[in-house]
Design a protein around this ligand. Structure first.
Ligand SMILES: Nc1ncnc2c1ncn2[C@@H]1O[C@H](COP(=O)(O)OP(=O)(O)OP(=O)(O)O)[C@@H](O)[C@H]1O
Ligand SMILES: [Mg+2]
Length: 270
């Protein structure tokens, strides 16, 4: 069975003028187990709204959303890496990463074992006792990623997780995420070939990371194009960018997206 299926899914909100406005949909989509799907679309088109619906943080207005049952009842269906900085400032790195495990009532030894493994995975072992304010932006995003991975969810939902980083840190983290995801499961890092839904506004990021890219329209966000990413794995971001096909695909997707970005801009400026 598919991991996520949506049929004619919509979400409306009450606007500032007190009227209903359709922010998202109708959306039809199917995401298979183990797929890395990237979603690109103009600002405000409903990308975060779609992730929030999948995460169960909000309810659809219409349509059906079907989610697979976790294989094991102890594991959560999803974990989210939120847009912007989503570390808890009052907890240490260790505290952040073990947060979900505590919520699930795991014992100290089991928590320590998982947290240590996750900190190794994201290269933050030396910073276990640090607080988020003592870290760089890239390190904080690593903490958020480790926290999500520690829960060992069926689906990892990532909302522009690297959007606020400088270009070098972004590339570094993209490569790290690729490594975590592409690595075989033997070392039990919790990230290997999970289903990932990754929202980004950057076409190159979507092409570097995803198996498939869904392009969304301006409000109300609908899926207007779907691209299968042909590049073999394991991938490395800068190696990939040397491939002329990368530039071709980036241009093709931009052709579609450009109209939507312009439409979104027109709607914003009235
Ligand atoms: N709780 C809410 N109440 C009212 N309107 C909302 C709410 N949440 C989102 N919206 C509206 O729904 C639309 C989609 O918002 P959303 O945050 O999903 O966009 P987005 O694609 O994630 O944008 P960005 O790329 O800027 O993050 C926007 O017009 C936004 O103002
Ligand atoms: Mg958003």
């Amino acid at each position: 069975m598919s991991m996520i299926q949506a049929h004619a899914l919509t979400k409306s909100f009450i606007g500032a003028d007190q009227r209903d406005f359709l922010a998202l949909g109708p959306i039809d989509l199917t995401i298979e187990a183990g797929e890395f799907v990237c979603i690109v679309g103009p600002s405000g088109c409903g990308k975060s709204t779609l992730l929030r619906l999948i995460a169960g943080l909000d309810t659809p207005t219409r349509g059906v959303l079907e989610l697979a049952q976790p294989a094991d009842a102890e594991r959560p269906f999803n974990s989210m890496v939120f847009q912007g900085d989503s570390t808890f400032p009052w907890l240490t790195v260790q505290g952040n990463v073990e947060y979900g495990l505590r919520m699930r009532g795991l014992g100290l030894r089991q928590r320590d074992e998982i947290v240590n493994r996750m900190l190794r995975t994201v290269g933050l072992t030396r910073f276990a006792e640090a607080y988020p304010y003592q870290l760089s932006g890239g390190m904080r995003q690593r903490v958020a990623l480790a926290r999500a991975l520690a829960n060992d969810p069926e689906v990892l939902l990532m909302d522009e997780p690297f959007g606020a980083l400088d270009a070098q840190n972004r590339t570094l983290l993209q490569d790290e995420l690729l490594q975590i995801w592409e690595r075989p499961t033997v070392d039990g890092n919790g990230g290997a070939r999970k289903t990932i839904v990754f929202v980004t506004h950057a076409i190159d990021e979507a092409l570097a990371l995803g198996d498939r890219i869904l392009v969304m329209s301006a409000t109300p966000g609908r899926i207007i194009d779907e691209i299968r990413v042909p590049f073999p794995r394991p991938r490395e971001v800068y190696e990939l960018k040397r491939n002329p096909e990368f530039g071709e695909l980036e241009f093709r997707i931009w052709q579609v997206l450009r109209q939507e970005v312009n439409a979104a801009r027109r709607a914003e400026t009235g």
